[in-house]
Design a protein around this ligand. Structure first.
Ligand code: GLA
Length: 380
């Protein structure tokens, strides 16, 4: 895993500052309200992050879940652009296999047959997406109660979430200490900073699973949204959505989003990969890997004029068109129908623990895991 000195330095500054002081001077306290109790009696809360322009993000420490993101359209009308629920029960209901807005870990995306070998030892994880392990197992980070701390500064609101995943949890080795910091800047950017350390060699792949519909949550489909993905290549999958190991050029395929392309333009093409994913549900290899300065993805919604740009240090992004949404779940925005949202899950590639040719997802003791993703909203 790439851990540059700069990253280590930046994250230690972050850790020192977060351990030392909480909310900085001049910062507004984050509004906090009760959000219910888990089945084992843990109280959870909902925090509101609002910037000077009025953009508002709500996050619960249940699963570190982003429940709502309100941004303006081109007529300055605010609307919620992520699928979510306004009650805890929405998230904990059996029907919810979507991971709406949640933090995903330890391993975002799939690990083939729930098995991998590390340092000569074979690990077995629970199979929760037969025949594979998906998004961390039976009870991933999305279903954990995180410790929350208001770490807002004069620059803007910020919430720090902490979770200690014990050695052996969901079959993964090592005590993994994870801190995720959500913050909002004045340019309508939602920053997600992920930090982690371990006391044993382990694998991890942290992400956020927000579902966007820039026309407003509950709108019909995202097929009219335009997408640009700075990715010359993607990782094709088998019938269980595990990468075959190939890294394929997007040129000449429905996976070519290098210039702005309507999502619905080719989604129904006769294409083996689209058939396997029942639409787009694929990892793209980002040209911008490791750099926050250039956009990895851009989404434009023509009617509202809303624009979302994604910046990330991660090498990949899972572009998923909500192909498993089936209209059975009803949330704040209404009914969550087939393809009524899209995900851009910034990540390492799926099944990396079993693919030596993919960027490594191994974290060693003494190393500092650090990744950042920014979702920035504007209008045009
Ligand atoms: C990811 C996966 C999809 C699906 C969703 C959750 O995006 O790639 O196949 O499992 O999570 O429903």
């Amino acid at each position: 895993m790439k851990t540059t000195l700069l990253r280590v330095f930046a994250s230690s500054v972050l850790l020192i500052s977060s351990a030392g002081f909480f909310r900085a001077q001049g910062a507004q306290p984050l509004p906090k309200e009760p959000f219910g109790k888990t089945s084992d009696g843990q109280e959870v809360f909902l925090y509101t992050l609002k910037n000077s322009g009025g953009m508002e993000v709500k996050i619960t420490n249940y699963g570190g879940t982003v429940t709502s993101v309100k941004v303006m359209d081109r007529n300055k009308k605010f609307g919620d652009v992520v699928l979510g629920f306004n009650t805890l029960e929405g998230y904990t209901q059996k029907l919810n296999t979507a991971y709406f807005g949640a933090l995903i870990g330890r391993y975002g995306n799939r690990i083939a047959r729930g098995t991998f070998t590390l340092d000569g030892h074979q690990y077995h994880l629970p199979i929760n997406n037969a025949p594979n392990t998906l998004h961390g197992g039976l009870k991933g980070f999305n279903a954990k109660v995180w410790d929350a701390k208001d770490v807002s500064t004069a620059e803007g609101p910020a919430l720090e979430l902490h979770y200690l995943s014990k050695d052996g949890e969901e079959g993964f080795p090592g005590n993994l200490d994870v801190t995720v910091r959500y913050s909002l800047d004045a340019q309508n950017g939602l920053h997600i900073d992920y930090n982690a350390t371990t006391d044993k060699d382990t694998v991890l792949n942290l992400t956020n699973h927000s579902y966007f519909n820039l026309a407003g949550a509950g709108s019909e489909t995202v097929l009219q949204h335009k997408l640009t993905l700075a990715a010359d290549r993607y990782t094709p999958v088998d019938s269980t959505l595990i990468p075959t190991g190939a890294i394929q050029e997007v040129a000449g395929t429905p996976f070519d989003f290098r210039t702005a392309t309507t999502i619905g333009a080719h989604i129904k093409d006769q294409n083996e990969q689209l058939k396997l994913g029942n639409g787009y549900d694929h990892n793209f290899v980002l040209n911008s890997s490791g750099q926050l300065s250039t956009a990895a993805a851009k989404v434009e919604e023509p009617k509202s004029g809303r624009v979302l740009e994604v910046f990330t240090t991660q090498p990949g992004v899972q572009f998923y068109t909500g192909n498993f949404l089936d209209g059975k779940m009803h949330g704040v925005g209404g009914t969550y129908r087939f393809r009524s949202a899209l995900c851009l899950e910034t990540q390492h590639f799926p099944d990396s623990p079993n693919r030596a040719s993919f960027p490594s997802t191994v974290l060693h003791p003494g190393e500092q895991y650090h990744e950042t993703t920014i979702y920035r909203f504007s209008t045009e």
